[in-house]
Write a protein that binds this ligand. Structure first.
Ligand SMILES: Cc1cc2nc3c(=O)[nH]c(=O)nc-3n(C[C@H](O)[C@H](O)[C@H](O)COP(=O)(O)O)c2cc1C
Length: 190
């Protein structure tokens, strides 16, 4: 004998009474869930910057994300970001300078501190990366990608690599990256 569960509005077998009293069957994905989320969806931006370039990109990313009113955006320097921030977010943007063909030590430290406590708890988290570098950037992107695969995250935008001093175009692209992640979260497309 099966237990009777409340219909949260997502059961394709359930229906709504039509004008003539007949039952209308509405496709599940078109229907508004009866239960609304307890809090707005949250985008976490974790970054490190030694000489300020990645910080400027992070500010532009955050400004783009904040244009999306329905999303809460948290901007955290890597040493100040922790497990609670990670477990409490619905999307993640990671920013780093490239150092010695890798991410910065402090972004790596964020991963070191959260990897095992978060294991299995952030699978499917949508994320993207932005990197400031002198002339390459690919090593940082590649190595963050390897770690992200370990967490089970899903890359939802191409990495933004900015070589040298971020100019207006680079800041605009960073702004667009933040806006894209926020819009995707708000619309629930990730
Ligand atoms: C210790 C160190 C190592 C670096 N290694 C690389 C590197 O491997 N590839 C690269 O393209 N740039 C490298 N750079 C340059 C930085 O990535 C670049 O200056 C970046 O824009 C700095 O970002 P920030 O201002 O956010 O610290 C290195 C810089 C430092 C200080």
């Amino acid at each position: 004998m099966g237990e009777s569960l409340p219909d949260a509005g997502l059961n394709p077998a359930s229906g709504t009474a039509g004008p003539d009293g007949a039952t209308l069957h509405v496709p599940a994905l078109c229907r508004t869930p009866a239960v609304t989320p307890a809090r707005p969806r949250r985008l976490l931006i974790v970054f490190h910057s030694q000489s300020g370039r990645t910080a400027r990109l992070a500010a532009a990313v955050a400004a783009g994300a904040r244009e999306c009113g329905g999303i809460e955006t948290l901007l955290r320097r890597a040493p100040e970001a922790g497990l609670d921030d990670l477990l409490g977010c619905d999307g993640l943007l990671l920013g780093t300078p490239e150092n010695f063909g890798y991410m910065s030590g402090l972004l790596k430290d964020f991963f070191d501190r959260t990897y095992y406590p978060a294991e299995g708890r952030t699978v499917g988290l949508p994320y993207a990366v932005f990197v400031s570098c002198g002339n390459d950037g690919s090593g940082a992107v590649r190595e963050i990608g390897r770690i992200a695969r370990g967490y089970g995250w899903k890359e939802v935008a191409e990495a933004l690599i900015v070589r040298g001093e971020p100019d207006d175009e680079a800041l605009q692209r960073a702004h667009e990256l933040g806006a894209a992640l926020a819009a995707g979260l708000e619309l629930g497309i990730f």
